[in-house]
Design a protein around this ligand. Structure first.
Ligand code: PLP
Length: 418
C-alpha cells in the first residue's frame, strides 16, 4: 500500500507544485476559493469507495448505513442554512444541478428565459451548444447598455412575448443584486416557474449579506465551491411542491451513484457556513470588492481606459471594462499573471473582441478573504491591480508587492498533501 509519492511521483509532483502555486500567488478568480483542511479530509476519505444510488433510507445498495448519516446531515444543514423546505445534495456539479432543475421543471422544446451568456449568464442558462440551448427554446434577456444592469421592465416584456415555461435568474458575471420579487411576479404573470441559480452569491446569502432568493423561487440551485468555499459540487433547494420531481430528476433522471465523499465534505462546508467566522469572511469579501471597484475608478486608472461595469459592485466581484484600454482581456489577464495575480478575462456586453480574447476582466475577492485578507490587504492589492493595468508598469516592483502579501497571509500553513 504505497503512498502517492512512491507509487506515482509524476502526479505527486503536480500536487506539490499546485500547492506552491496556490501559496505563492494571489487567487482572484471570482468562482474559486480555498477549502479548509476538514473539507480536504472528508473529500479524501474512504467514503469515495461507496456506492449509494437512491436516497437515505431508500438505497439500491447495501452497507449505506454510515453514508446515510452523512447525507442526512448535509440535507438538514442545507435546509436550515437557507430556510428551504427541501434540499438535494447529490448533484456532482453546478452544471449537473442545473440540468436536473430543467429536467424537473420543463420538457424538451419548452421555452427557458435566462440571462445571455455574453451579458453574464452561465452556459447552462441557454448557451447554444450547451444542453440548455440544445434541448430548450431560449429567450435571452440582456443588460441595459446605459446602466449595465438588468432592466426588469424589459424582462417582463420578453416574458409576455415568449411565454417561457421557466425563468432563470442568476449569473456568472454580474456585479449587482437581482430583484427576486420582480422575477417572481413576472413568473406568476406568465405562468412560468422561477428558478434561481445562486451559484456565485450563495455564500453571501448564507451570511445574510445578500437578499435571499429562496422565499421567491420554486427552485434554487447552487454550487458549493464558490463563495461558500466548500468542495466542488452542486446542490438544489426547492419548495415542497417540487421536492419529488427534483429528487427523481437528479437520480435516476440524471446521475448514478452520488459522490459520498463529496457529500460528506459538503456537510462540513455547510457547518462552517453557519458559523460567525463565515459571516466575517463574507463581510471582508464584500469590502474587498468595493475597495477594488473604487480604486479602479480613480483618475489614473480611468485615464488608462479602465472602467468598472455598472459603476461598482454589490457582490464579491468586479467586472472591468477594457474596451477603451490599450490592453485586451487576454493581455490584461497575462499582465496580472506576471505580477502574481490570477484572474480570468471576461466578455463585456457587446464586446467588440472575440470570446477567446474579450475586452474585460472578472476579478473576485472570495479566495483572498478566506486567506485572511481585510481592508489593508485589499487596499494594497487594488492598488497593484490598478497600476498593473496602466501603460508600462514596473512589473518587478508589483510582483514584489504581491509576494509580500502572500507572505503576510500564508495559505495552508503546515499542510502536507500526503
Ligand atoms: N451556475 C453558475 C451561475 C455558474 O457560474 C457556474 C460555474 O461557473 C455553474 C452554474 C456551473 O458550476 P460547475 O462548474 O460546478 O458545473
Amino acid at each position: 500500500d504505497q503512498s502517492i509519492a512512491d507509487l506515482d511521483p509524476d502526479i505527486a509532483r503536480v500536487l506539490d507544485r499546485e500547492l506552491d502555486r496556490q501559496r505563492g500567488t494571489l487567487e482572484m478568480i471570482a468562482s474559486e476559493n480555498f477549502v479548509p483542511r476538514a473539507v480536504l479530509q472528508a473529500q479524501g476519505s474512504v467514503l469515495t469507495n461507496k456506492y449509494a444510488e437512491g436516497y437515505p433510507g431508500r438505497r439500491y445498495y447495501g452497507g449505506c448505513e454510515e453514508v446515510d448519516v452523512a447525507e442526512e446531515i448535509a440535507i438538514e444543514r442545507a435546509k436550515s442554512l437557507f430556510g428551504a423546505d427541501h434540499a438535494n445534495v447529490q448533484p456532482h456539479s453546478g452544471a449537473t444541478a442545473n440540468a436536473a432543475v430543467m429536467h424537473a421543471l420543463a420538457r424538451a422544446g419548452d421555452t427557458l428565459m435566462g440571462l445571455s451568456l455574453a451579458h453574464g449568464g452561465h452556459l447552462t442558462h441557454g448557451m447554444k451548444i450547451n444542453f440548455s440551448g440544445r434541448l430548450y427554446d431560449i429567450a435571452a434577456y440582456e443588460l441595459d447598455p446605459a446602466t449595465g444592469r438588468i432592466d426588469m421592465d424589459k424582462v417582463r416584456e420578453l416574458a409576455l412575448e415568449t411565454h417561457p415555461k421557466v425563468i432563470c435568474a442568476g449569473w456568472s458575471a454580474y456585479p449587482r443584486h437581482l430583484d427576486f420579487e420582480a422575477f417572481r411576479s413576472i413568473a406568476d404573470e406568465v405562468g412560468a416557474s422561477l428558478w434561481v441559480d445562486m451559484a456565485h452569491f450563495a455564500g453571501l446569502v448564507a451570511a445574510d449579506l445578500h437578499p435571499s432568493p429562496v422565499p421567491f423561487a420554486d427552485v434554487t440551485s447552487t454550487t458549493i465551491h464558490k463563495t461558500i468555499g466548500g468542495p466542488r459540487s452542486g446542490m438544489i433547494l426547492s419548495t415542497q411542491d417540487w421536492a419529488k420531481k427534483i429528487d427523481s430528476a437528479v437520480f435516476p433522471g440524471q446521475q448514478g451513484g452520488p459522490l459520498m465523499h463529496v457529500i460528506a465534505a459538503k456537510a462540513v462546508a455547510l457547518k462552517i457556513a453557519a458559523g460567525e467566522d463565515f459571516v466575517d469572511r463574507q463581510r471582508r469579501t464584500l469590502e474587498g470588492a468595493q475597495i477594488l471597484a473604487d480604486r479602479l475608478q480613480a483618475a489614473d486608472a480611468a485615464a488608462a481606459g479602465v472602467k468598472v461595469l455598472s459603476g461598482g459592485t454589490d457582490v464579491h466581484l468586479v467586472l472591468v471594462d477594457l474596451v477603451d484600454s490599450q490592453l485586451d482581456g487576454q493581455q490584461a489577464e497575462d499582465r496580472l499573471h506576471e505580477v502574481g495575480i490570477t484572474v480570468n478575462r471576461n466578455a463585456v456586453p457587446n464586446d467588440p473582441r472575440p470570446p477567446r480574447v474579450t475586452s474585460g476582466l472578472r476579478i473576485g475577492t472570495p479566495a483572498l478573504a478566506t486567506r485572511g485578507f481585510g481592508k489593508d490587504e485589499f487596499t494594497e492589492i487594488a492598488d497593484v491591480i490598478a497600476l498593473a493595468l496602466q501603460d508600462a508598469p514596473d512589473v518587478e516592483a508589483l510582483r514584489a508587492r504581491t509576494r509580500a502579501l502572500t507572505e503576510k497571509k500564508p495559505l495552508y500553513a503546515g499542510l502536507q498533501q500526503y
